[in-house]
Design a protein around this ligand. Structure first.
Ligand code: GLU
Length: 476
């Protein structure tokens, strides 16, 4: 049988990392088995579902490159189908109309509570006598006639066998008085119609599963296999939420992560394959299995995600990383014509940056001039003793023919200045660095000067020399 999985988010907010991990597992399971992956938008909660949330989910899925083969299907477009199935069930007797008034239900519940029982529908309308006493046009809900004996047993692929006695389950309302089908029912019809073979979803749905299985059986529909993925916790052991920091997938893009890093992080958060940590998407697809998914909750660890991001920034290929960096550069208002190409920036900064946002912030001096030197760096490195080394290296840099402007030739200019003045290279390199970048830290000075460019570097060295001169006059 061809594997078919689905991701079925309710569009009530952004795509959060928990949802993304569920989507990833579902997607990987389908890809591993060369099956089909369906995207279904569960938008029946009309009050909480918004078009912005649908957009946000799609953006998140697209950014992570979790491509779907079918859909997106929208539940709100399928009401006719759900109602048709409910009508069939009414005919067949696997569902019945319930005419109980609010007041009757309230009294029933109070009595159950007074007896210390779990509150559940007492099946009052589940008999011919009551049905005959009413007319189908009267206001009513439709309830599923849940089996009254036995139990539902299913083998959760992640958590093992689960058994629930039917006595524990209510006769679930499947159609409200206003004619709208209810959530659990829509899920069942969708999984059936879409021929889903494996339902991989969050453990918060585990209580729905026995109810859904009973309905599927009543419909003579095949029962898919279920795997319930555990929660993600924050570093304090509480359920991951906004107060732990970023939880929306797109926030991770905004914060400068590569999708590969987030995917790699999420796949390992609750799944393992030996002690391997780094997985290309291809490897994830090859190795993924639900048996490898842990049933205990996993704690989110931003440090590890940063470590992975740093890895991918350095290994994903400079042109690929540059294509993502571009978004951040635009976001930060850069005029990209005013500096080196982004591949140069990636090669220069990858080693020292953990995020692309940080990279975009760090390379500002390659595109824009600054008005002032960082005070501390200037105090330390643009001292009178730096004047001669700076003048020497300026002359050598100026003498490089524009076509020969290269890291090697810049390196040579610094080296020979130091040699001629019989000082260490740092005595030339550090003032030069502060002069051209305005700050005390940068990637290797020769590559940095190269990226900044000849004319701009020379202009900034002059600016540093004026600064030194002012300092000298102030001292005298
Ligand atoms: N719509 C549900 C949610 O967003 C998922 C339901 C399911 O996967 O069966 O939590």
């Amino acid at each position: 049988m061809k594997v078919k999985t689905r991701f079925a988010p309710s569009p009530t907010g952004y795509l959060h990392v928990g949802g993304a991990r569920t989507a990833l597992y579902s997607w990987l399971y389908a890809r591993h088995a060369q099956g089909t992956f369906v995207l279904r938008i569960e938008d029946t909660d009309l009050e909480r579902s918004t078009p912005e949330a649908i957009e946000a989910i799609m953006d998140g899925m697209n950014w992570l490159q979790l491509s779907w083969d079918e859909g997106p299907f929208f539940q709100t477009k399928r009401f006719d189908r759900y109602n048709q199935v409910i009508d069939n069930m009414l005919e067949k007797g696997t569902a019945y109309r319930c005419y109980c008034s609010k007041e009757r239900l309230e009294t029933m519940r109070e009595a159950q509570m007074a007896r210390g029982e779990k509150t559940r529908y007492d099946g009052h309308c589940r008999c011919d006598a009551v049905q005959k006493a009413h007319h189908a046009d009267e206001p009513s809900v439709v309830r599923f006639a849940n089996p009254q004996e036995g139990s539902v047993i299913f083998k959760d692929i992640i958590r093992g066998p689960i058994e629930i006695a039917n006595k524990e389950l209510d006769d679930l309302i499947i159609r409200r008085t206003d004619g709208s089908p209810t959530y659990n029912f829509c899920v069942v019809v969708d999984d059936w119609d879409m021929e889903i073979t494996h339902v991989i979803r969050g453990e918060d749905h585990i209580n729905n599963t026995p109810r859904q299985i009973n309905i599927l059986k009543a419909l003579d529909a095949p029962v898919p296999q279920y795997g319930h993925v555990s929660m993600i916790l924050g570093d304090d052991g509480q359920k991951l939420s906004k107060r732990h920091g970023a939880v929306s997938v797109m926030q991770y893009r905004d914060d400068g992560y590569l999708p590969e890093a987030l995917l790699n992080y999420l796949v390992r958060l609750g799944w393992s394959h030996g002690d391997q940590e780094i997985f290309s998407v291809e490897e994830m697809m090859n190795y993924f299995s639900l048996e490898g998914v842990s049933k205990s909750a996993s704690a989110f660890n931003t440090e590890k995600l940063l470590w992975l991001n740093h890895h991918y920034i350095n290994h994903a290929g400079a042109d690929y990383v540059a294509s993502h960096l571009m978004w951040h550069m635009n976001q930060q208002g850069y005029d990209l014509d005013k500096g080196p190409d982004l591949i140069t920036i990636v090669k220069l900064f990858a080693e020292r940056c953990k995020t692309l946002k940080e990279m975009a912030e760090s390379c500002r001096y390659c595109y824009e001039d600054f008005e002032q030197f960082d005070e501390e760096a200037a105090k330390k490195h643009l001292r009178p003793v730096a004047r001669q080394p700076l003048e020497r290296v300026r002359d050598k840099l100026a003498a490089i023919d524009a076509l020969s402007w290269s890291t090697e030739n810049i390196h040579h200019a610094i080296q020979s200045s130091a040699d001629e003045l019989e000082i260490g290279m740092g005595k030339v390199g550090m003032p030069l660095r502060v002069a051209v970048t305005g700050i005390g830290q940068s990637p290797s000075v020769d590559a940095t000067v190269f990226a900044i460019g000849q004319a701009r570097s020379l202009k900034r060295i002059e600016m540093a020399l004026s600064y030194i001169q002012e300092r000298e006059s102030a001292a005298n």
